[in-house]
Design a protein around this ligand. Structure first.
Ligand code: PKZ
Length: 228
């Protein structure tokens, strides 16, 4: 389904078609999704395809295979950090032929967070700083990298970059993220009502979740909660 959605978004952004052809395609899409809207999960219920413990979020907009906007990004170990390879297309366009700056920020937020997770730490984004040094080209194999730069208490600082695969020494975007592991009280207030698809409680503290980061796994596998 995610692949079909990605194909639909790309087709919509690139098709040279008459209004009649577009209306026909739109009607077919509406007909196809209509049965899927009859019974839907509540916002605080995880998808049955999600597995927080293994870091699988099927509809995450960066790493979720089921999300039509997601590439989806896949992470690989890179020394003590993480890297991802990506080639962006017309649905990610900002200035003609270049990546939208907000899309670069979205991707870096996720990979910087993953750079914390692979060290056994995790947190919510408290700060995200990007320096756009050169435009990021579409249709070009890119490298996204991240590595933990510092940790103190519940705070983890991670730095990263976007380059092309062809010229990894030329930094297009520099990024820095501060990830703060929420206090127990905040975790309970934010996520206390979240339930698994079968109605079970999730491990809101995430402290027991398994760190599971390899080429096959998506993101968000939280490591043990850092000490106060
Ligand atoms: C189902 C079960 C659960 C699921 C679990 C979800 C898992 C995770 C999924 C990840 C998904 C990834 C996807 C991308 C990552 C997002 O998209 S996360 C979403 C975007 N980010 C947010 O919404 C965060 C909003 N901010 C907040 O809620 C709160 O400010 C925070 C970040 C949780 C911190 O709150 P807190 O726990 O009360 O922390 P607090 O005691 O205020 O501060 C702790 C320390 O951090 C420092 N700090 C806090 N905020 C800042 C800041 N903005 N700047 C500088 N320092 C700061 C404080 O100064 C303090 O330092 P020390 O005094 O210890 O030296």
């Amino acid at each position: 389904m995610g692949d079909a959605l990605r194909a639909a978004l790309t087709a919509a952004a690139t098709a040279v078609a008459s209004p009649a052809e577009l209306r026909k395609a739109a009607a077919a899409i509406r007909d196809a999704i209509e049965p899927l809207t009859e019974e839907v999960r509540s916002p605080a219920t995880l998808s049955p395809l999600d597995d927080m413990g293994r870091g699988i979020r099927m509809f995450n907009p960066v790493v979720g295979p089921g999300n039509g906007f997601a590439l989806p990004l896949r992470f690989e170990p890179d020394g003590d950090g993480v890297l991802a390879r990506a080639t962006l297309g017309p649905v990610h366009e900002g200035p003609p032929t270049f990546v939208h700056g907000g899309v670069s920020a979205l991707l870096m937020d996720q990979i910087l967070g993953q750079g914390a997770i692979v060290t056994g730490r995790w947190g919510m984004t408290a700060e995200l700083t990007l320096r756009y040094r050169r435009p990021v080209p579409l249709h070009t194999p890119l490298l996204l990298t991240s590595r933990m730069a510092g940790a103190a208490g519940r705070r983890t600082t991670v730095t990263g970059a976007i380059t092309t695969e062809a010229e990894p020494e030329v930094v297009l975007v520099e990024a820095m993220g501060l990830f703060v592991s929420p206090s127990e009280a905040k975790t309970a207030s934010y996520f206390g009502t979240v339930r698994t698809a079968s109605g079970g409680e999730t491990d809101g503290r995430l402290g027991h979740a398994r760190q599971d980061v390899d080429a096959a796994s998506p993101a968000l596998a939280p490591g043990p909660a850092p000490a106060e």
